[in-house]
Design a protein. Structure first.
Length: 261
């Protein structure tokens, strides 16, 4: 009964939010374009993505009709970060390659959200600061990020390797490190929850391991709170199936744990 009430509330909230999006986007896009976008995006995207960001994403997806990929950044000085969005057709390893490119520029990922639409378009959004934790507004840096990302994501160059991890010592305490699997909450995906000490290049290292283990990240939520990174990845194998084999889950656990310590 509780689950049914929660689902009803979610449906009501999605309906309310999509109506607002239709009104705000109506001055910029045809109704068919807006409806196509909303119908293709997963429920979690419609529930939790800020409307201003959704409007940006609709515009990016329209541009994708004529471009191989679309990259956009927007400075948010009131929030202390720059928001980078990358939109591309089903680009395997998009999250990992983008995270690696940002880390190679000494840019820190505070949070990230990754989604895949029903028609195979990936939209990844990153909230990013400079190496000192403040907003980076140097346009030459972002032009370099965009150029390198285009080369990496179109296969013209290999993903850059981030420098050595810049860990911080915390005398007297060791931040929690954990890797947990959830195969019950979703009918389609295995959810991998990772907690570790945040450091430069961490997201790249995690996603690179998942990529190397032939796991496809359909969506992800990346959150940093203080010294801890708490990341959730919705994954399948390359056949779009959940990962249920216990031996394989154990191997995934061990390889992720090795890069987290």
């Amino acid at each position: 009964m509780l689950e049914e009430k929660t689902e009803d509330r979610d449906e009501e909230e999605v309906k309310r939010r999509t109506e607002l999006i239709r009104k705000e986007a109506g001055a910029l896009h045809a109704p068919a374009v807006i409806q196509s976008f909303l119908a293709a995006m997963p429920l979690t995207y419609l529930l939790f993505t800020p409307r201003a960001r959704v409007l940006d994403h609709i515009a990016m997806m329209e541009r994708l009709k004529n471009e191989p990929l679309v990259i956009r950044h927007r400075h948010q000085p009131d929030r202390g970060y720059t928001e980078l969005s990358v939109c591309a057709y089903d680009a395997y390893g998009l999250l990992s390659r983008t995270a690696g490119t940002l880390a190679s520029k000494n840019l820190n990922i505070l949070r990230a959200q990754a989604y895949t639409s029903k028609n195979g378009i990936m939209i990844d959004t990153f909230q990013v600061t400079g190496p000192d934790g403040s907003i980076c507004t140097f346009e030459d840096v972002w032009e370099s990020v965009s150029t390198e990302l285009r080369d990496v994501l179109t296969g013209r160059s290999r993903p850059p390797l981030p420098g050595a991890s810049r860990g911080t010592a915390f005398p007297g305490r060791t931040p929690l490190v954990s890797v947990d699997f959830d195969n019950t909450s979703s009918n389609e995906f295995t959810i991998i929850d990772v907690t570790a000490r945040d450091r430069l290049g961490l997201l790249y290292r995690i996603t690179r391991e998942l990529y190397d283990m032939n796991l496809d990240i359909t969506s992800a939520k990346i959150v940093t709170e203080g010294i801890l990174a708490m990341d959730s990845f919705y994954v399948t194998d390359l056949l779009r199936k959940k990962v249920s084999d216990q031996d394989r889950l154990a191997r995934i656990h061990d390889r992720l744990f090795a890069v987290l310590e």
